[in-house]
Design a binder for this molecule. Structure first.
Ligand code: DC
Length: 200
């Protein structure tokens, strides 16, 4: 059983996907963290996120165990992740890691941008979790603490733009995905809507 959970930044897909995995007893993979790891490895080595050769080498040699979560969750890493995510050879390298993961039984929940369209088009359930840019910026601002709302909103819009308009595996919802807009929902409501969608 594979559950694909896609959507833009800060729409709540990570929270929903984790809750689904717990609810059904499945494995969970946050695929955005793989792109963040590649980005962090480049920043740490003082290499440019748009350096195709360096980014590809970092993705091919990636050891997902070698990173601390707090290093990956910064806006600097998020911005660089959306740059490396536009590089086709980086995506190809990370695809192998993701495909190996979905073979784990009894089931897997993956969250990302292209799970239902590219990584697991065969997924039994596809969810597309979204929310307005303003609501997502407000949530991200709360999560980050002190940053200004306007700066966070601008960063969310820039990231949406890059994720939606890149040539390689752009953020779009699969034709057979159930769309859940969490703009007016709290976490419990969003999780309940997702569990209901899986059970349909
Ligand atoms: O979900 P996130 O914010 O951790 O994702 C970081 C970046 O990685 C985001 O800009 C889009 C990219 N990404 C992707 O292109 N494909 C995925 N399956 C997951 C994330």
């Amino acid at each position: 059983m594979i559950i694909a959970v896609d959507g833009p930044a800060a729409a709540g897909k990570g929270t929903v996907a984790r809750a689904l995995a717990r609810h059904f007893g499945y494995h969970f993979l946050d695929t955005g963290s793989l792109y963040r790891m590649v980005a962090f490895a480049l920043l740490r080595a003082r290499q440019d996120a748009s350096d195709v050769a360096a980014a590809t080498a970092a993705a091919r040699g990636l050891n997902p165990q070698g990173f601390r979560d707090e290093d990956l969750r910064t806006e600097e890493v998020a911005a660089a992740a959306s740059v490396v995510a536009a590089i086709p050879s980086v995506r190809a390298a990370l695809l192998d890691l993701q495909r190996a993961f979905v073979r784990k039984g009894p089931g897997a929940v993956l969250d990302g941008r292209d799970i239902g369209t590219v990584v697991c088009p065969e997924a039994e359930v596809k969810l597309f979790i979204t929310a307005s840019p303003e609501v997502r910026a407000r949530r991200r601002q709360l999560e980050l603490g002190s940053d200004s709302y306007d700066a966070v909103l601008a960063e969310i819009r820039a990231r949406d733009e890059r994720d939606r308009n890149r040539a390689a595996a752009p953020l779009v919802h699969a034709a057979d995905a159930v769309v859940i807009d969490t703009s007016e929902m709290n976490i419990d409501e969003a999780v309940a809507a997702a569990i209901a969608a899986v059970g349909r």
